[in-house]
Design a protein around this ligand. Structure first.
Ligand SMILES: [Zn+2]
Length: 135
C-alpha cells in the first residue's frame, strides 16, 4: 500500500504554534533603577526585581507561525473502530524544534491538515482563530 504524503522529509513547512509571551513590566518598587536607596543614600538591591529593573508575568497566550524542516513522518493506520471499514490514515509530521527554551521537546508533532507550504497560508489560519475570539 502506497500512501501519498503532502510533504516530504527535508521540506520546509509552516505551522501554527501556541506560545505564551511574557509581559515585561518596569519594576514599580525601584522605578526601574534596580536599587533602592536608604535615607543615608546607600543602596540595596531591589527586593522585588532583584536588581533586574523589570519583572515579567506569564503574559498572554498567542498563536504564531513557526517554520521548520520535516525530520521524519509517522503514519498511523486505523481500521479497527470504524463501521464502514473505511481506513483512517493519520499522517503526523515531526518537525525539528528550534526553540532554545523548550530543550526537552525535540520535535513538534503536527498533523497534515495543520501544515502549510507558505508563511502566508499559515498566517491566514491564525487570523481566522483570532476573529472567532473577538466577535
Ligand atoms: Zn525593582
Amino acid at each position: 500500500m502506497n500512501i501519498e504524503t503532502k510533504h516530504d522529509i527535508g521540506n520546509t513547512v509552516y505551522f501554527i504554534k501556541t506560545v505564551s509571551i511574557p509581559t515585561i513590566y518596569q519594576c514599580n518598587m525601584c522605578l526601574g533603577e534596580g536599587i533602592i536607596y536608604r535615607k543615608d543614600n546607600s543602596g540595596i538591591e531591589c527586593p522585588k526585581c532583584h536588581g533586574n529593573k523589570t519583572y515579567s508575568d506569564s503574559g498572554s497566550i498567542k498563536e504564531v507561525v513557526k517554520k521548520g524542516i520535516i525530520d521524519h513522518i509517522e503514519i498511523n493506520i486505523d481500521n479497527k473502530c470504524n463501521l464502514e471499514h473505511k481506513i483512517e490514515i493519520d499522517i503526523c509530521y515531526y518537525i525539528e524544534n528550534d526553540d532554545i527554551e523548550s530543550e526537552y521537546v525535540k520535535y513538534d508533532e503536527i498533523y497534515e491538515d495543520k501544515l502549510y507550504d507558505t508563511y502566508e497560508e499559515a498566517e491566514k489560519h491564525i487570523k481566522k482563530i483570532c476573529a472567532g475570539y473577538t466577535s
